[in-house]
Design a protein around this ligand. Structure first.
Ligand SMILES: Nc1ncnc2c1ncn2[C@@H]1O[C@H](COP(=O)(O)OP(=O)(O)O)[C@@H](O)[C@H]1O
Ligand SMILES: O=C(O)C1=C[C@@H](OP(=O)(O)O)[C@@H](O)[C@H](O)C1
Ligand SMILES: [Mg+2]
Length: 172
């Protein structure tokens, strides 16, 4: 697998894609991108604002475009947004252009890690965030699994442990 020189992190909100991706890139001396940060950089608006102005559909169109462009790189770590895999085109691009690492995390941990964060509109405004995360998991987990080359759990383990585990699993 080491000949595919990009690493793409997929998984649900709160799995640690952004945090672990940054550390992984630093450790491997690869460039780091985060699809959400890239959308924020390009629009000059935060994710919640993009959802508010353009709706989820508008956000997904931007996300697909950013993933199309970023996956053209070689030698990067990309932390995707949790819903990026809803797009068949993005799933195809991610599988074709790098090693896809699925960060698997139980809903309990996702809730704990995203509780105080207002930057995820799908759960920040929900009356019952647990029910939302369960619904998303039912729809999305098969899609993460479909494209995963490697699956790494991120529940009890520290970010550092997960980074080392990914490096070991992808053979870099
Ligand atoms: N392995 C981990 N152990 C404990 N906390 C973590 C771990 N990975 C991430 N976190 C914390 O969880 C929160 C969400 O992480 P983030 O990287 O934004 O997830 P994602 O990008 O998958 O939504 C952050 O506060 C981060 O510090
Ligand atoms: O799961 C989702 O649909 C989303 C996940 C978020 O990214 P993280 O997975 O990095 O939290 C962000 O892209 C947006 O709020 C939508
Ligand atoms: Mg993130």
């Amino acid at each position: 697998m080491a000949e595919k020189r990009n690493i793409f992190l997929v998984g649900p909100m709160g799995a640690g894609k952004s945090t672990i991706g940054r550390q992984l890139a630093r450790q491997l001396h690869l460039e780091f991108f985060d699809s959400d940060s890239e959308i924020e950089r390009r629009t000059g608006a935060d994710i919640a604002w993009v959802f508010e102005l353009e709706g989820e559909d508008g956000f997904r169109t931007r996300e697909e475009k950013v993933i199309e462009e970023l996956t053209e790189n070689t030698g990067i770590v990309l932390a995707t947004g949790g819903g990026s895999i809803l797009s068949k085109e993005s799933r195809n691009r991610l599988s074709a252009r790098g090693i896809v690492v699925y960060l698997q995390t139980p809903i309990e941990k996702q809730l704990a890690r995203t509780q105080r964060d207002k930057r995820r509109p799908l759960i920040a405004e929900a009356d019952d965030p647990r029910a939302v995360l369960e619904g998303l998991a039912a729809q999305r987990n098969p899609l993460y699994e479909e494209i995963a080359d490697v699956v790494v759990r991120t529940d009890e383990q520290s970010a550092k442990f997960v980074v080392d585990k990914i490096i070991e699993q992808v053979g870099l």
